[in-house]
Design a binder for this molecule. Structure first.
Ligand SMILES: [Zn+2]
Length: 242
């Protein structure tokens, strides 16, 4: 399993793209969240890492929740694949998310994508609901979910290839139970931003050293101070090998 870090920022960052990554599983690429300017973010991460991942090669997208800094790129992603499939017929990309987000995703996209009422979500994406407590198989990886306490339905994730496990907190307030679940992974990404919707850095700094060493930070605001913690922040274009 290889993970390309595409963006590391929060919703308001002037320095970073929104937090997202591409995971290379045994059966293809899996994009975690789809923020603004995704194509540009992918191009920059590809240039930095030397590992080129094009948006057109991504067949699976996992969405943690419907806040704009996690889904604003879906319109362009959906249209790009839709146009490509008109020229060369192929299955629609698969969109995976928890039931709360799945129930409302079309409400989010329809005003821009329903083409005057003629198109539906199914014209762009094959929707797959990640049912709580039911592991899914995506891009050849086992994917487990856990709801977080963010103000809208939000799903934390664990990805396993059988040998290694990689975790992703998604947006979450401070939640020791979630961190325990994530720390069963070989490596995991945890968000940090302003409470109460997010997790303050001071709480993470007090975790045991063994947990801090497995943890990388994302969802960074412009005022994030790397000197205030020994937990390593992610950088755009970095490649993780859990
Ligand atoms: Zn959020």
């Amino acid at each position: 399993m290889r993970v390309l870090i595409v963006g590391v920022g929060d919703a308001f960052s002037t320095r970073h793209f929104g937090t997202s990554c591409v995971i290379e599983g045994p059966e293809g690429f899996l994009l975690v969240d789809c923020p603004d300017c995704l194509r540009r973010a992918l191009a920059e991460a590809s240039a930095t890492s030397g590992w080129r991942v094009g948006i057109e090669t991504i067949r699976d997208v996992v969405i943690t929740h419907l806040h704009g800094d996690h889904v604003n790129g879906l319109e362009a992603f959906g249209f790009l694949h839709w146009l490509a499939r008109r020229a060369h017929p192929a299955p629609a990309p698969r969109l995976h998310m928890g039931p709360g987000a799945a129930a409302r995703i079309w409400e989010r996209l329809a005003p821009a994508m329903d083409q005057g009422g003629g198109a539906t979500l199914g014209d762009y994406f094959e929707l797959h609901v990640l049912e709580p407590g039911m592991p899914a198989r995506i891009a050849g990886l086992k994917v487990e979910t856990r709801p977080t306490g963010h103000p809208v339905p939000t799903t934390a994730l664990r990805f396993s290839n059988g040998a290694k496990r990689f975790g992703w907190s998604a947006d979450t307030p401070w939640d020791p139970g979630l961190i325990e679940w994530l720390s069963e992974c070989d490596l995991f990404v945890h968000e940090t931003s302003e409470p109460p919707a997010h997790t303050p850095l001071e709480k993470l700094n007090r975790l045991p050293e063994a947990t801090r060493r497995k943890m990388r930070l994302a969802h960074l605001g412009d005022d994030f101070d790397a000197g205030a913690t020994d937990i390593r922040p992610l950088t755009q274009g970095e490649v993780l090998t859990p």
